[in-house]
Ligand binder design. Structure first.
Ligand SMILES: Cc1cc2nc3c(=O)[nH]c(=O)nc-3n(C[C@H](O)[C@H](O)[C@H](O)COP(=O)(O)OP(=O)(O)OC[C@H]3O[C@@H](n4cnc5c(N)ncnc54)[C@H](O)[C@@H]3O)c2cc1C
Length: 337
């Protein structure tokens, strides 16, 4: 276990914003984890669970409590029925190492989630998704620490209420559970076609022939590398806005106006990237943030040093899109408060 004081949140998050956290405790065992929560409890300090910091924004005032980071790593196979493979993945494992592990064994289920930055313990929080797959497709359960009862327990998939970028961990039970490990179930095979439009397009353009899990991982990695800069080189928090989901009336209205409506995992949506691009914001530098021209949902932090810059950039983008299209964009990354 490692405990440090007054660590800048900007150094722990990929957007590179945020003042000091009073304590940061990196836990390497369940006993460390209990210690960390007891420590915070005894001093009446709030806690915040952090992973890789790829979907989290720090504020200038920092955090007056204890940030706890899962450093428990490892991937192991659990016996299960024939034809399926169950994996127990410790929450401190890098997510992309999990995808590499499964694809190199010919297992399908998470190959389209290649190169998503973050730790495995954070993956169920917003039900990570990309290119037609989402974590919920392979998720079985999670072993968690319950900070209200101070006990360890297992939560099964049905308890998670997974949806688009949501689960019980970021809705009804926000900040209650610390994910120690997750269990996934995959099987040998290939992801069914047709793939996402951009993936099919890449396959045509590059005459790709290998659609095995590792072949698809190579394709997805190339597509992502082209439009999503490595956040360690160009700071960002990935997609800064969620897509806009529509009800029946909303679908009709959008179609009447000629806006492109897509079918998502749990309903119909308009791509917020399309809305931002067609509001003329693509490529613009707004209060230190570049609207990524190749993926307009991503704000690249080029020169912003304070949360106030982000606040101003976010307000400008949201109001520009609202004035043009009448849709209110919602932020995806979490804030440490
Ligand atoms: C360049 C880039 C591309 C991205 N692409 C995608 C994408 O394609 N699809 C996608 O879905 N996301 C994407 N993201 C967002 C991000 O990668 C995911 O949300 C990822 O799961 C975040 O993991 P993390 O470890 O960084 O979580 P953090 O940002 O550290 O934490 C995110 C949330 O999870 C909570 N949390 C973290 N660890 C735990 C734990 N052990 N127990 C309980 N709660 C925990 C935190 O409290 C916080 O609420 C992208 C981000 C970047 C920077």
């Amino acid at each position: 276990m490692r405990m440090n004081q007054n660590i800048l949140i900007s150094s722990l998050t990929t957007m590179r914003l945020g003042g000091p956290a009073r304590y940061v405790i990196e836990v390497e065992s369940p006993a460390d984890l209990q210690y960390a929560y007891n420590f915070a409890g005894l001093q009446h300090l709030p806690t915040f669970v952090l992973g890789y910091g790829a979907n989290t924004i720090g504020r200038d005032e920092g955090f007056p409590g204890v940030i706890i980071i899962n450093r428990m790593r490892g991937i192991s196979e659990i016996p299960t029925e024939r034809g399926k493979v169950r994996l127990l993945v410790m929450g401190g494992e890098l997510w992309d190492r999990v995808v590499e592990f499964t694809t190199s064994r010919g297992l399908t289920g998470i190959e389209a989630l290649s190169r998503i930055p973050g730790l495995a313990g954070a993956a169920p929080v917003q039900n990570i998704g990309a290119y037609g797959q989402e974590l919920a497709d392979t998720f079985v359960s999670a072993d968690v620490y319950d900070s209200t009862t101070h006990s360890f327990k297992t939560l099964v998939k049905s308890e998670f209420n997974f949806g688009y970028r949501k689960s019980l961990l970021n809705t009804t039970e926000k900040n209650r559970y610390f994910v120690v490990s997750i269990t996934l179930e995959l099987h040998p095979g290939e992801m069914p076609r047709p793939y996402y439009h951009s993936v099919e397009q890449y396959i045509d353009d590059h005459n790709c022939k290998d659609f095995s899990p590792s072949g698809l991982r190579t394709i997805i990695s190339a597509i992502r590398a082209d439009k999503l800069p490595d956040p360690l080189e160009r700071p960002s928090a990935g997609s800064f806005f969620k897509n806009v989901y529509l009800d029946d009336a909303g679908i009709e209205l959008a179609e009447d106006k000629g806006y492109p409506v897509y079918r998502g995992h749990d309903g119909y949506k308009i791509s917020s990237a399309w809305l931002i691009e067609h509001s003329g914001l693509s490529g613009k530098l707004i209060h230190g943030f570049r609207v990524n021209p190749k993926a307009p949902l991503v704000l690249l932090n080029e020169s912003a040093t304070s949360y106030a810059d982000l606040d101003a950039a976010r307000a400008e983008i949201i109001s520009t899109v609202y004035d043009k299209f009448g849709y209110w964009l919602e932020q995806e990354p979490v804030e440490i408060v």
